[in-house]
Design a protein around this ligand. Structure first.
Ligand code: UTP
Length: 299
C-alpha cells in the first residue's frame, strides 16, 4: 500500500529530563542550555530543524527550564544596550535568528516519566500529521544537517524513520536497537528496514548493533500507542516501545559524526570537535590542544 508523505512541518524537542549526569551544572540550569563552544545544545537542535524546513517548534519542558523559553524570546534590555553601542554583530547573535511569532510552543511535562511520555505530552499540538523529534543532547556534526538528510529520505520512503548508528555490542543496553529485516532492500543505501525494535537489550539478547539515536520522523498514530503504553525499561514510558508497533519503520544511517552530549565525555568531545570545525578558532585550538596533551603526557 502506498504511504502518504505530507511535509514535516513540526518538531518536538523533549527537554523535560533532569540531566542528573551533569550535576551540579544542571542544579539550576537545564542541560539543554549547556553550551557547545558558544551556543546552547538546544540552539543547535533548533537550527537543525530549521534547516530541514520545519516551521513549528514544540518544546516539552519541565521544572527549571525557564532559561530555554527566555532563549527563544527577545531580551530587550540587552538588545537596546547593544544597539546604543552599535554592536551590530552581537545584536544579530541575540535576536536575528528568532523564529516568527506564533511558531514556538512550550508544553509542560509535569513529571519526567520518560521520553515517550514527553512526546505524548505534545499530542494536541501535533494533531494528525507526521512530525520530527530531535533530542538536543544528541549532536550530529555533518555537512548536511542530520534532520535534513532524514526529511529527504522520508520524502521517498514515507512511514517512520529513526536515525541510527552502529555501536559496539557491549553498549546495546544503553540504546534502542533495530531488529533488521534483511529481506528488504531499500533503494536508498543509507536506509534499513526494521522488523522490530528493542529498548535497551543486554548484549547477548540484542538483535543487532544498530542503535537508535535522538532523531525521529514519526506518523501521528504513534501518539495513540504512547497514550496506552505501560512503563518499560527503567520504569519510563519509552518512545522506542511505541515505535515498535508502527509500520513501516526504517533506520537511517546518516552522514556525519554523532556526539552523545547526554554524558560528560561526549559533551567535552563535542566541544573540541565543534571548536575545530570553526575556521576562525581552529588553528589556535590545535595549538592549545597540543599543549594540553603535552602537559598531560599524552604526546
Ligand atoms: P536522558 O535519558 O538523557 O535523561 O533523556 P535526562 O533526564 O535528560 O538526563 P540524565 O540521564 O538524568 O543525565 C534524553 C532526552 O529526553 C528528554 C531529556 O530532556 C533529553 O533531551 N526527556 C527525558 C524528557 O523530555 N522527559 C523525560 O521524562 C525524560
Amino acid at each position: 500500500m502506498p504511504h502518504s508523505k505530507p511535509k514535516i512541518r513540526k518538531v518536538i524537542f523533549p527537554v523535560g529530563g533532569l540531566g542528573t549526569r551533569f550535576l551540579p551544572a544542571t542544579k539550576s540550569m537545564p542541560k539543554e542550555m549547556l553550551p557547545v563552544v558558544d551556543k546552547p545544545l538546544i540552539h543547535y537542535a533548533f537550527e537543525e530543524a530549521q534547516a530541514a524546513g520545519i516551521q513549528q517548534f514544540i518544546f516539552v519542558t519541565g521544572r527549571n527550564k525557564h532559561a530555554i523559553e527566555d532563549h527563544f524570546d527577545h531580551v530587550y534590555e540587552l538588545q537596546s544596550h547593544l544597539s546604543t553601542k552599535n554592536k551590530h554583530k552581537e545584536l544579530e547573535l541575540t535576536s536575528d535568528w528568532l523564529p516568527p511569532p506564533g511558531s514556538v510552543s512550550f508544553i509542560r511535562q509535569q513529571e519526567p516519566m520518560g521520553l515517550g511520555h514527553a512526546v505524548w505530552c505534545a499530542r494536541h499540538i501535533i494533531g494528525d500529521e507526521p512530525f520530527a523529534v530531535i533530542l538536543a543532547d544528541d549532536m550530529v556534526l555533518a555537512k548536511t544537517p542530520c534532520m535534513k538528510q532524514m526529511v529527504k529520505a522520508y520524502s521517498e520512503t514515507g512511514g517512520n524513520i529513526v536515525g541510527v548508528i552502529d555501536i559496539p555490542r557491549e553498549k546495546t543496553a544503553s540504546y534502542g536497537i533495530v531488529d533488521i529485516d534483511k529481506s528488504a532492500k531499500p533503494r536508498d543505501k543509507r536506509l534499513v528496514k526494521a522488523k522490530g525494535l528493542v529498548e535497551k537489550p543486554s548484549p547477548d539478547k540484542a538483535p543487532s548493533t544498530l542503535s537508535i539515536i535522538g532523531r525521529y520522523i514519526l506518523q501521528p498514530e504513534v501518539l495513540d500507542y504512547l497514550g496506552r503504553q505501560k512503563p518499560g525499561a527503567g520504569g519510563e514510558i519509552q518512545l522506542t516501545d511505541a515505535i515498535a508497533h508502527m509500520e513501516p519503520v526504517h533506520g537511517y544511517r546518516f552522514e556525519g559524526t554523532r556526539y552523545d552530549c547526554g554524558g560528560l565525555v561526549g559533551f567535552v568531545a563535542a566541544n573540541v570537535a565543534y571548536a575545530l570545525a570553526r575556521g576562525e578558532i581552529r588553528e589556535r585550538m590545535v595549538k592549545e590542544l597540543e599543549q594540553v596533551f603535552k602537559r598531560s603526557n599524552i604526546i
